[in-house]
Design a protein around this ligand. Structure first.
Ligand SMILES: *Cc1c(COP(=O)(O)O)cnc(C)c1O
Length: 425
């Protein structure tokens, strides 16, 4: 029976049979037993599906991946140790030294760092592009060795909503997949595959866990990108893998090729796997995702309107506000809500921002977003302090920008705390 999103949140993934535990079990085991050598051998040849070592696959993790996969409407998914690991494996599964990636410049600081600093050392070049440029301008960044386009459906921290159609058309016109980080919108508000995106990544650390207990990530494949049609670009998927007696992923696994390769090759070799304990906690979070996300959005909209009308506030950016330049895109791609995170600048620049955050009582200063508790971060003095003024502007981070993650407390209490802190500015 095909379930709707809310039911998948509650019941997806683990579907017990007669007499089995009702709740997803934690398979706290590194290894799996087989009665014969031959059987185990078949797993190593990828001749049979099965578990043999939890670095590659673990049933608890796979069932949580399955839930996220179904929420996104994909064909296959893999959990990773963090959102960073999800980005890294999603890209390196199809890019190698000598290849090029196009990435929207307003992405999460960790993502731009990974791509433009660390992966550069591995020989993968990234062009960070201004995602607001018209298609004709963006077009110029594509090269013969471009292998992927990466962007966030809603960017962290600036809250920029992606023009998904524009990016998908460009990527597909150049025969490369569009990868979207859907962490902030979550599949509750936006399912990128419905708009032609090929691969989705998540930091499950945020709304999916929702309680700030577990760092984790996930990669989901739509199964729609035709790797064989662009075989010369993706030899890793379309030519024999010597480490598995020459199997060809697209031939043997069809629509499962991308995630199978990421699992049996990259997870095997890089080991960025999620622990079954964390997967269990993430699953508890997922069970209420469909209830929490709308409440986050409802509270955030009320807070945004309060800030917009406050004399001590210089500016507010929240794509749920009609005054936002991203409102039309939000209406198109996520009409039921954007996310619970908004940005604003209290009057008084960087100083004012610091005074404001120091005066907060219930809303706490933490390096986190998107959990049940309201919290703030001042990127210019926290997460983005390694960037210079120019880089800050390119990342959409103004010196006075405060990232406010609106939680699911009573919104009156949130607003009262902001009000008294603004009085100190
Ligand atoms: C937090 C975040 C990441 C990184 O995820 P971790 O789980 O912290 O490694 C990537 N993308 C976005 C949009 C994020 O918010």
């Amino acid at each position: 029976m095909a379930l709707k999103k809310d039911s998948i949140c509650v019941q997806g993934g683990w579907v017990p049979k007669n007499g089995e535990p009702r709740v997803l079990p934690i398979y706290q085991s590194t290894t799996y037993l087989y009665e014969t050598s031959e059987e185990m051998g078949k797993l190593f040849d990828l001749e049979k599906d099965g578990y043999f070592y939890s670095r590659l696959q673990n049933p608890t993790c796979d069932l949580v991946a399955k839930k996220i996969c179904d929420l996104e409407g994909g064909v296959a998914a893999m959990l990773t140790s963090s959102g960073q690991a999800a980005t890294m494996l999603a890209v390196t599964n199809i890019c190698e030294a000598g290849d090029h990636v196009i990435c929207a410049s307003k992405v999460y600081g960790g993502t731009s760092n990974l791509l433009s600093v660390t992966l550069k050392r591995f020989g993968i070049e990234t062009s960070l592009v201004d995602q607001e440029l018209p298609a004709e301008e963006l077009e110029k960044y594509f090269k013969l060795n471009t292998k992927a386009v990466f962007a966030e459906t809603v960017s962290n921290p600036a809250g920029v909503v992606l023009d998904i159609d524009k990016f998908v058309s460009l990527a597909h016109a150049h025969g490369v997949p569009m990868i979207c980080d859907n962490t902030f919108a979550t599949p509750i508000n936006c399912r990128p595959f419905e708009f032609g995106v090929d691969i989705v990544t998540h930091s499950t650390t945020k709304y999916m866990d929702g309680h700030a207990t577990s760092v984790g990530g996930c990669i989901v494949d739509s199964g729609n990108f035709d790797w064989d049609a662009h075989a010369e670009k993706y030899p890793g998927l379309t030519t024999p893998d010597d480490s598995y007696h020459g199997i060809v992923y697209t031939k043997k696994f069809g629509k499962g090729a991308y995630i199978t390769k990421a699992t049996v090759q990259l997870m095997r070799d890089m080991g960025a796997c999620q622990s079954p304990q964390n997967a269990f906690l993430t699953n508890l979070g997922l069970e209420t995702l469909h209830l929490r996300v709308p409440r986050h959005c409802e509270n955030a909209l009320k807070v945004a309107k309060f800030l917009e009308n406050h004399e001590k506030v210089a500016w507010v950016e929240y794509a749920g506000l009609e005054s936002s330049k991203y409102y039309p895109l939000a209406q198109k791609y996520m009409p039921n809500g954007v996310c619970g995170v908004l940005c604003f600048g209290p009057k008084g620049g960087k100083e004012g921002a610091m005074r404001f955050t120091n005066a907060l009582k219930m809303v706490s200063i933490v390096t986190h977003v998107a959990d049940a508790r309201s919290c703030v971060l001042h990127p210019a003095s926290h997460t983005h302090r390694q960037l210079n003024e120019q880089q800050l502007l390119e990342a959409g981070v103004l010196p006075d920008l405060i990232r406010l993650s609106v939680g699911i407390e009573d919104v009156d209490d949130i607003i009262a705390d902001l009000e008294q802190a603004l009085a100190e500015v």
